[in-house]
Ligand binder design. Structure first.
Ligand code: CP
Ligand code: NVA
Length: 333
């Protein structure tokens, strides 16, 4: 397995063994962190992290993982760079690659991160695009593996907007890890055929299935993990809230859905989540549409079956693994 110098753009670009190796590397780093073992492996390296959309978990994970590995980290915020406004992707990539040893990008189309990678001589890591969120899927699967002690044979159901970035990456990761994947949401928000078709043969090879359904009853007795995400992703038209609420309210994750799945079913969410009225967006939605919980009930979110904060922590350990593996050159003597 050779990760050195590679980009991390999509889960699809990595083999099953490579993904498992990333997870085991993350586990090692988590142990180091918990036991206070220093791992400042790259004291002479620096990374740039570019965010064209806002972030808490991904930004903090790249920053802390970078510092833990001994690196310098430069954060460029949505308005803090020339990229896209005064400087092309190709020029930005060529400039940053002269100064930094790795580049993270969060933003809009996958084409942008692909373009950065094409023109950059140093690894480019995808911190979320409209199409996928690969570092999220790694953190999620680390959490699932920690909880169940295994991956193969489990069933993960993504409920809600099943064509969003998080759902896409989870579908591919599930197929690669031998985890049955159920995309459960309204017909008009179904995953793109292209992704389903790409995942089916991978799933078949790894002994698992991909199910696309609008029927919540299809989760009953099957889902070990129920996962949901916001009903309107960053960059989508705010005018769509009304339509999304109408379409997705039947797919809110509540205790009844959890109980009907299995008594031991756990809940995951990439976060941030609208499960109460403690955010400005949730209060706006409440005033306009009268709903106080969106994709998940507060009861489920706050329950013992919710692993969302372990999941958020695991973003840091998995991102550290991705950076380490793609930056570390084994010396051949
Ligand atoms: N889950 C996730 O990517 O969170 P942030 O948007 O806060 O980075
Ligand atoms: N689907 C969400 C994920 C946020 C981490 C979004 O793109 O806004």
């Amino acid at each position: 397995m050779d990760f050195y110098g590679r980009d991390f753009l999509r889960i699809l670009d990595f083999s099953e063994d490579e993904l498992l190796y990333m997870l085991s590397t993350a586990k090692k780093f988590k142990e180091y962190k918990k036991t206070g073992r220093a791992h400042k492996i790259f004291p002479n390296k620096n990374i740039a992290i570019l965010f064209e959309k806002t972030s808490t978990r991904t930004r903090c994970s790249f920053e802390v993982a970078g510092y833990d590995l001994g690196m310098g980290v430069t954060y460029l915020e949505p308005t803090g760079s020339q990229m896209g406004h005064k400087e092309s992707i190709a020029d930005t990539a060529r400039v940053l690659a002269r100064i930094y040893d790795g580049i993270e990008y969060r933003g809009f189309s996958q084409e942008i991160v692909n373009g950065l990678a094409q023109y950059s001589k140093v690894p480019v890591w995808n911190g979320l695009t409209n199409e996928c969120h690969p570092t999220q899927a790694l953190g999620d699967f680390m959490t699932i593996e920690e909880h169940f002690g295994r991956l193969k044979g489990l069933t993960l159901a993504f409920v809600g907007d099943t064509r969003n970035n998080v759902a896409n990456s989870l579908m591919v990761m599930s197929a690669k890890m031998g985890v049955n994947f159920i995309a459960c949401g309204p017909e008009s928000l179904r995953p793109a055929n292209e992704i389903v078709e790409a995942c089916r043969p991978i799933a078949e090879k790894n002994g698992c299935t991909i199910t696309v359904t609008s029927n919540i009853a299809d989760l009953n007795g099957r889902a070990d993990v129920i996962y949901t995400d916001v009903w309107l992703s960053m960059g989508e038209d705010k005018e769509k809230w009304g339509e999304r609420i109408q379409l997705l309210t039947p797919y809110r994750v509540d205790m009844e859905m959890m109980n009907r799945a299995k008594p031991e079913t756990v809940f995951l969410h990439c976060l941030p989540s609208f499960h109460d009225l403690n955010t400005a967006v949730a209060r706006d939605v409440y005033e306009k549409y009268g709903i106080s919980e969106m994709e998940v009930s507060n009861e489920v979110f706050e329950s013992e079956r919710s692993l969302v904060f372990e999941e958020a922590e695991n973003r840091m350990h998995t991102i550290k693994a991705v950076m380490f593996l793609t930056l570390y050159k084994k010396e051949v003597k």
